[in-house]
Design a protein around this ligand. Structure first.
Ligand code: SAH
Length: 246
């Protein structure tokens, strides 16, 4: 039987290879900018909730991009990139970026619109603050150890401080807030709501594999970390009894 932990890139990508991988990334970026501009021009038809979603989306991209660029130089020693992982990432890309941007820039899915009261839209808007704060802090604390796929790099370090001190998945917690509030800001069954099942699938299928990867790499240190932290919510700390001497 082959080890599911396959050895992937052992060296820095060659210049030719990084050109090949960055060309689709550049084209995707150009497409995104065009859709974003068209969506902003349709702001009156889309409503203010969609405008808040667009602003949060832009900030999210600005937070992530420097980390994506810098971490491309990491030397990957273990990777779990398989068809399941590719399908989960594609599902997120489609429901969190492509469908909302296409709808807001063209009105393609107008037939699937619904309307919510203004105060619900307002709750969605306010929740973009904890989403973006946690998204920013988790990238800052994970630093070189962040990757979009399930990977371990040559100098991987187990991060257990900052927002990782008491929860193991603060970045996914941030994405949960974003996914659950997207249908409040983009009031459309296709462009707003489909991200919830897409991220639920990602959460339930990916987290056990990610934790197994971390356990295989860090052993007892990861077990101890998992004992004192929760996945999304801090664990209740055991009561300490203070004994006052004889
Ligand atoms: N699940 C985490 C991180 C998501 S990024 C969160 O929600 O905050 C995914 C990558 O981060 C994984 O491939 C893994 O290599 C890395 N990772 C996850 N937890 C880590 C930790 N505590 N320390 C170092 N790397 C970690």
């Amino acid at each position: 039987m082959t080890d599911p932990l396959s050895t992937a890139r052992r060296d820095r990508p060659s210049p030719a290879r990084s050109m090949m991988t960055s060309l689709p990334a550049l084209l995707t970026m150009a497409g995104m900018v065009m859709l974003l501009t068209a969506a902003l021009l349709r702001w009156q038809a889309n409503g203010w909730g969609a405008l808040v979603w667009l602003a949060a989306f832009l900030v999210m991209v600005l937070i992530r991009t420097p980390h994506s660029v810098r971490n491309r130089a990491n030397i990957i020693v273990q990777s779990r990139r398989d068809s399941q992982e590719t399908a989960l990432l594609a599902g997120m890309f489609l429901t969190m970026m492509v469908l909302p941007l296409v709808h807001l820039s063209t009105g393609l899915f107008l037939f699937a619109d619904y309307r919510l009261p203004g105060w619900i839209t307002l709750i969605g808007a306010v929740l973009q603050i904890p989403f973006l704060w946690l998204f920013w802090r988790s990238h800052a604390d994970l630093g070189r150890n962040w990757s979009p796929g399930l990977e371990v790099h040559l100098h991987h370090r187990l991060v257990t401080e900052g927002v990782y001190a008491r929860i193991r998945h603060p970045m996914y917690a941030a994405i949960w807030i974003s996914a659950l509030t997207q249908p409040l800001l983009i009031q459309n069954w296709i462009a707003g709501s489909l991200v919830i099942p897409a991220f639920a699938a990602m959460w339930y299928l990916r987290v056990p594999r990610e934790e197994a990867l971390m356990r295989a790499r860090f052993g007892a240190a990861y077990d101890a970390y998992a004992d004192r932290s929760g996945r999304l919510w801090p664990k209740a700390q055991p009561h300490r009894t203070v004994s006052i001497g004889p």
